[in-house]
Write a protein that binds this ligand. Structure first.
Ligand code: SF4
Length: 250
């Protein structure tokens, strides 16, 4: 016989499961779920006014937040699906959520995120005009490196996400994103500096913004990579002097 507290908790869990199942069957909203700004970002418009890619991403985000395909599902606070313009020409793929991202459910919101926002601005774009996601959608405890099995499990989500987004160019941030998308074992220092193809989409690998915080001397190389991206997207870029004055990276 369960003690009263355990029995009550068990009852609440059962009730919640039943309500969730019923709502799913009815195609209704999840009453227990408070949508994140990131997920609302796929469709600030109501669901019936979303375009096809917004809707596909939104639906995918709803399903991925229940994902338990790898052990990170047991330690995460929130799934960090990704955010940005579903019709973006440029998609950034990073490594995995950190502590702040895990707490907020949004990608690149800490110090590295602020630097990424500046990197994006260096080619005249706003963060809302691109799409940002990670290889892993859940935080590895203690910000350790992603394990190969976790990457394998989560890659299906990234692949599908990129199929929906179909950007003009992908920028892989750091070793894990570049290796995953290029099926390579080479470190980022070796991979960067060239343009590759992910399926038929041009892919440019560069250093992860978190790594730039420790090695600011590599900002110059990131700027070279961003110029290459700007060229492909035919974006005018500011001269280094003008960027320095405006406080952007470089
Ligand atoms: S990291 Fe990816 S595969 Fe693992 S639980 Fe999270 S969403 Fe699922």
């Amino acid at each position: 016989m369960k003690d009263p507290k355990t029995a009550l908790l068990y009852g609440i869990r059962q009730l919640r499961r039943q309500v969730e199942r019923r709502l799913k069957e009815d195609g209704g909203a999840d009453v227990f779920y408070r949508p994140l700004p990131a997920e609302r970002g796929h469709g600030r418009a109501p669901a019936d006014q979303m375009d096809a890619s917004q809707k596909a991403l939104w639906q995918m985000a709803q399903s991925v937040r229940h994902c338990s395909s790898c052990p990170l599902s047991r330690t995460r606070k929130r799934v960090v699906f990704g955010e940005g313009d579903s019709r973006a020409q440029l998609v950034f793929v990073g490594e995995a959520p950190g502590m702040e991202e895990d707490r907020e459910g949004r990608p690149f919101v800490g110090a590295a995120g602020q630097l990424l926002t500046k990197i994006i601005a260096s080619i005249g774009l706003k963060r809302e005009q691109v799409y940002i996601c990670n290889v892993l959608k859940c935080r590895p405890p203690g910000n350790r490196n992603p394990a190969p099995a976790e990457i394998t499990a989560c890659k299906t989500h990234l692949t599908r996400q990129l199929q929906i987004l179909r950007p003009k160019i992908i920028c892989a941030l750091g070793t894990f994103a570049a290796q995953t998308l290029l099926n390579s074992q080479e470190p980022i220092g070796r991979l960067r500096g060239k343009t590759y193809a992910y399926e038929t989409i041009p892919l440019i690998p560069t250093f992860h913004p978190a790594a730039l915080l420790y090695h600011p001397q590599n900002k110059r190389l990131v700027w070279e990579d961003m110029k290459r991206i700007a060229e492909i997207l035919q974006l005018p870029v500011a001269a280094p002097e003008a960027r320095r004055k405006s406080g952007e990276t470089g």
